[in-house]
Ligand binder design. Structure first.
Ligand code: GDP
Ligand code: MN
Length: 307
């Protein structure tokens, strides 16, 4: 969990729910990261709610703060423009630091090095069903690299030139594009334009060997060189989704239908009524984002069904 000291209460609430619904049976370790040291209060409160071990890491400044070579005048102008256009977090530098860190740095943190798998958890989220089979084991046994629960559209104004950068990278490095990729989930015209579909990255269960691998590493470096994390407001969700969607085959990406998950204002509730009963779900299926017109889930399922 990447989290601020000020979010302690919501962070504890998320941890407690995931412990109760899942981790008390498994005892997986928790790891908390922050660009400033965690307070003793944060560490103390957190230690009393987890079943497994826990650790607290400090993010190296070069993984977090805006790099020197970014043209601050250009970045400021873009933030002001986004504020004028009411883009969510449009004026925030710290939000941009967070998106860049989640896109290309968290899996290089010294405390994360020894792990292959992670489950990203945020403060204030809800796990609305019991999770009785181990998603990490499922991913490992089925050769998956990325798992998700909610698939919305990105705000176009945050990623104006992201797809141009993607196309440029793919043109220069066609060898990294997987056969049987998810291009048709990301684009309605065979890759000419981006349709804004992505996996909502506040929930992710994924294999860091993929992020650390050659294709994604070079992809991230290419995006970083464009400065779009600061000149625009590229989110880690579209960046991860495009990376996994193009450089891994689509059958290595998994929709966790049976995990009930809520990050306001959106939630996913398992579609199968027998699962909801067996897993003691507290969610209401009619509130599930899956059935909303804006959800990219139907597109995903169509793409998965097409050979
Ligand atoms: P949203 O879900 O897009 O509204 O963004 P959040 O505010 O939930 O931020 C995403 C994640 O990054 C959450 O886990 C936050 O706790 C964390 N986060 C966001 N900004 C900062 C920051 O400046 N410092 C730290 N340490 N964590 C942050
Ligand atoms: Mn959030």
């Amino acid at each position: 969990m990447l989290v601020r000291n000020s979010e302690l209460e919501n962070a504890v609430a998320s941890v407690k729910e995931l412990e109760e619904r899942f981790n008390k049976h498994y005892g997986y370790s928790w790891l908390f990261l922050n660009e400033v040291p965690f307070t003793d209060e944060f560490k103390g409160n957190m230690s009393s709610v987890v079943s497994g071990s826990l650790s607290f890491g400090l993010i190296p400044p070069e993984h977090w703060y805006q790099p020197e070579w970014i043209d601050e005048e250009k970045a400021t102008a873009s933030r002001n423009q986004m504020v004028a256009e009411n883009v969510i977090y449009g004026g925030s530098v710290s939000y941009r630091n967070m998106c860049r860190f989640n896109s290309g740095f968290f899996y290089h943190h010294p405390l994360v090095q020894k792990y292959k798998w992670y489950w990203r958890v945020e403060p204030g989220v809800h796990f609305t069903c019991n999770i009785e089979s181990d998603p990490f084991v499922y991913m490992e046994d089925n050769n998956k690299i990325y798992g998700w629960t909610i698939s919305p559209h990105e705000w176009p104004k945050t990623v104006t030139t992201l797809w141009d950068a993607v196309k440029e990278f793919v043109d220069q490095n066609p060898q990294y594009v997987a056969a049987n990729n998810s291009m048709n989930y990301l684009s309605a015209d065979g890759g000419n334009t981006y349709n804004m579909c992505h996996f909502w990255s506040n929930f992710e269960i994924a294999n860091m060997e993929f992020w650390r691998g050659e294709a994604y590493s070079k992809f991230f470096d290419h995006l970083e060189s464009k400065g779009g994390f600061y000149y625009e407001r590229w989110g880690d969700a579209p960046v991860h989704s495009i990376g996994a969607g193009l450089f891994a085959p689509k059958d290595q990406i998994h929709f966790f239908d049976n995990i009930g998950y809520q990050h306001d204002p959106l939630q996913h509730c398992p579609r199968n009524a027998a699962v909801r009963r067996a897993m003691k779900c507290s969610c209401k299926p009619f509130r599930s984002y899956d059935y909303r017109g804006e959800s990219c889930l139907r597109k995903w399922e169509r793409v998965m069904k097409t050979p």
